[in-house]
Design a protein around this ligand. Structure first.
Ligand SMILES: NC(=O)c1ccc[n+]([C@@H]2O[C@H](COP(=O)([O-])OP(=O)(O)OC[C@H]3O[C@@H](n4cnc5c(N)ncnc54)[C@H](OP(=O)(O)O)[C@@H]3O)[C@@H](O)[C@H]2O)c1
Length: 316
C-alpha cells in the first residue's frame, strides 16, 4: 500500500515478455509549472505498451513505466495552471512517446494533454479512449480531411484504433468499409460499418475499389496494396510509420497520397473526441479491465493481437 508520499507503478528492469513487469513503490512526483498531478483511475493499454515492454522502442533501456492513456482526478496543480483545479475529472494522452508513465497510481501530465472527462462516460471508458481516438482523429480528420459521402476503408476495424475510427468516420458522414475476421462482423455492423470484409477469406484489393481514404493499421504489404484501391487523389494514412520506399514510389506512380503518422498529444483533438462522446457518437468497447497489479495479464492478452476494442488497467 502506498503512503502519502509514494505511489505504486508498473515498472520493468529488463526487456522481455509480460513476466518482466512488476509493481513497485516509488516517490510520488510533484507537478511543476504547467503540469498537473493526476490520480489515475483508469489507463488504457495499447500495442505500443507491449512493443516497448519487449523492445524498448523509442525509450531504450529500462527501467521505465509504460502507459500513455489516462483518466483520473486532478490531485495537485503546478504554478500557472488555470484550466484545472484539484478534484477535476480529466482524461487525455500523455505526450507520445516521451511523456509515458500512466500505468501507475499517479502521473504527471502537461496541462495541454488533458481535457475534462465527459460526465456521460466512466473512468474506464475515458481511460480507454485517448490514444486510439487521437490516432483515428488525426489520421481521418486532420490528415485525410474526411468529408461526408466519402468512402473509407479501415483495416483491423475491430481493434482499438479501428473500432473508434469506424465511429469517427460514421460521425463525419462517410461510407465505411472495415476488415475483420468473420466472428467480428456483427460487432462492426453495430458500430455502423456499411460493408465488412473477412480478410482471412477475401483479398481486399479485389473486393474494394474507388476508396477516398484508407486507414492502414497493419503496415507491411497492406500499406502498398491499399494504394491500389484508391481513387485518383485518394490517400492512405499508415500508422505503422516505418514503411518501404515502395509506399512512396507507388503512390507517386498512381497519383495518390501516402502518409505515415505518429499520434501527437493534443487538447484540441481531445476536446473534439469529448464532443463526439457527449453527442453519443463515440463509445469505446472494453475487452477487459485489470487491476494495476495484474498488468502482466493484460499485456499477455494484448500480445495476442486478437482483442476486440480496448484493455484497461484500473487503480483502486
Ligand atoms: N502511429 C501511431 O501513432 C499509432 C497509434 C496507435 C496504434 N498504432 C499501431 O497500430 C496498430 C493497431 O493498433 P490497435 O490498438 O488497433 O491494435 P489492436 O487493438 O491490438 O488490434 C487488434 C485487432 O487487429 C485485428 N487484426 C489483426 N490482424 C489483422 C489483419 N490482418 N486484418 C484485419 N484485422 C486484423 C484483430 O482482429 P481479428 O482477431 O479479426 O484478426 C483484432 O481485433 C498497432 O501496430 C499499433 O502499434 C500506431
Amino acid at each position: 500500500m502506498s503512503t502519502v508520499n509514494t505511489m505504486r507503478v508498473i515498472s520493468q528492469d529488463t526487456l522481455g515478455g509480460p513476466e518482466v513487469l512488476k509493481e513497485i513503490e516509488v516517490e510520488r512526483p510533484a507537478p511543476r509549472s504547467n503540469q498537473v498531478l493526476v490520480r489515475v483511475r483508469a489507463a488504457g493499454l495499447n500495442p505500443t505498451d507491449w512493443k516497448h515492454r519487449a523492445t524498448g522502442g523509442f525509450l531504450g533501456e529500462p527501467p521505465f513505466v509504460l502507459g500513455w492513456d489516462v483518466s483520473g482526478v486532478v490531485e495537485a496543480v503546478g504554478i500557472g495552471v488555470a484550466t484545472f483545479k484539484p478534484g477535476d475529472e480529466v482524461f487525455g494522452m500523455l505526450p507520445y512517446p516521451w511523456g509515458h508513465g500512466s500505468h501507475a497510481e499517479y502521473v504527471i501530465a502537461p496541462v495541454r494533454a488533458l481535457t475534462h472527462k465527459p460526465a456521460s462516460i466512466d473512468h474506464v471508458q475515458a481511460g480507454a479512449l485517448p490514444l486510439v481516438s487521437l490516432t483515428a482523429w488525426q489520421a481521418l480528420v486532420e490528415n485525410a480531411e474526411l468529408r461526408p459521402g466519402q468512402r473509407v476503408l479501415i483495416h483491423a476495424a475491430a481493434g482499438g484504433v479501428g473500432h473508434v475510427a469506424v465511429q469517427i468516420a460514421k460521425a463525419r458522414g462517410a461510407y465505411v468499409i472495415g476488415t475483420a475476421s468473420a466472428g467480428k462482423h456483427d460487432f462492426l455492423r453495430e458500430l455502423g460499418a456499411d460493408e465488412v470484409i473477412d480478410y482471412r477469406e477475401t483479398d481486399f484489393t479485389e473486393a474494394v475499389k474507388d476508396v477516398d481514404v484508407v486507414l492502414d493499421t497493419l503496415g507491411g504489404d497492406t500499406s502498398v496494396d491499399s494504394l491500389r484501391v484508391l481513387r485518383p487523389g485518394g490517400i492512405v494514412v499508415s500508422i505503422l510509420p516505418v514503411g518501404s520506399d515502395e509506399f512512396d514510389t507507388e503512390a507517386e506512380r498512381l497519383g495518390v497520397r501516402a502518409v505515415r503518422m505518429l499520434v501527437d498529444a493534443d487538447r484540441a483533438g481531445m476536446r473534439a473526441i469529448a464532443d463526439l462522446v457527449e453527442k453519443g457518437e463515440l463509445r469505446p468497447t472494453i475487452a477487459g479491465t485489470f487491476p494495476l497489479a495484474d498488468a502482466a495479464k493484460a499485456h499477455a492478452l494484448g500480445d495476442t493481437g486478437r482483442t476486440t476494442g480496448k484493455l484497461v488497467l484500473v487503480t483502486d
